[in-house]
Design a protein around this ligand. Sequence first.
Ligand SMILES: Nc1ncnc2c1ncn2[C@@H]1O[C@H](COP(=O)(O)OP(=O)(O)OP(=O)(O)O)[C@@H](O)[C@H]1O
Ligand SMILES: O=C(O)C1=C[C@@H](O)[C@@H](O)[C@H](O)C1
Length: 294
Amino acid sequence: MEAAAGVAMQSRAVGVAGTGSCGRRSGDGRARPGSLRVGGPAAAPVLRARGARPADPLCCLKTSRGHQSLHNSVDEALLLKRKAEEVQLELNGRCIYLVGMMGSGKSTVGKILAEVLGYSYFDSDSLVEQAVGMPSVAQIFKVHSEAFFRDSESSVLRDLSSMHRLVVATGGGAVIRPVNWRYMKKGLSIMLDVPLDALAKRIAQVGTASRPLLDQPSADPYTAAFTKLSLLAEQRGDAYANADVRVSLEELAAKKGHDDVSQLTPTDIAVEALQKIKNFVTEHSMASGPFADL
Ligand SMILES: Nc1ncnc2c1ncn2[C@@H]1O[C@H](COP(=O)(O)OP(=O)(O)OP(=O)(O)O)[C@@H](O)[C@H]1O
Ligand SMILES: O=C(O)C1=C[C@@H](O)[C@@H](O)[C@H](O)C1
């Protein structure tokens, strides 16, 4: 109990200090204020003039891969901005909670959504680390226990639920406690539904050490991740289904004519999330009055 109270005080302080900026994970795993760029660094190299011939921007757009990719990313960024503008007013400052399995892209997509919506971004795992005063979730599991971590996670979510204009990337297991849903239902929840094979590939690329539930030194990282994620997905299926909105990468990839979900960019996923938020808010407002009971 005492630990949970300590978490509550510290995470409240973090939340207030972080308002108006994005809390980002740095090398030591803690949330740090920072800012994000949408559209990305592709602009710099392609805008640099090369050679003596006068530039023909339209010709370059048609023939140069670099320009084509700049063009694509500008289009993507504009679409993202337009979608965000469409939902901003209707969201009325309501927080967004991203839920999903480990490695599903909650942090990656969450930062993009926060940037375009003008919200602050928080990662609940990082807030727990800060509140407990330990550099990693893995260490909290080892020194304390999973139950201790879950108590701290609930305290963090409770504190965040009293705030507005936040995008929160929750821990993969935050959905298993009904009390956490009471907090998250004060905002709007989005589940990122990613095929297990894609999740295991992403996690295998960085190893399983930072994700204690997946860490099995006896197996190779892909097999360890795939095996445990399959079990967790089965156990948590109903809990994830509580989310207001589901973004299925398989469905999105099929809609875009891709063979594989790995062809989807985080921006594609953020755009789809905004569209689903818009549909949800519209339906909700039509059924029960304006989505504005903050
Ligand atoms: N659309 C994507 N395509 C390919 N890789 C991605 C995509 N989105 C995220 N990733 C990569 O997958 C890994 C996990 O992403 P991220 O940290 O955003 O997930 P998460 O859901 O926040 O994970 P966790 O809950 O375990 O912290 C990262 O290495 C990230 O770069
Ligand atoms: O899926 C889970 O249970 C977890 C996911 C991570 O984000 C961390 O919250 C922790 O490693 C547990």
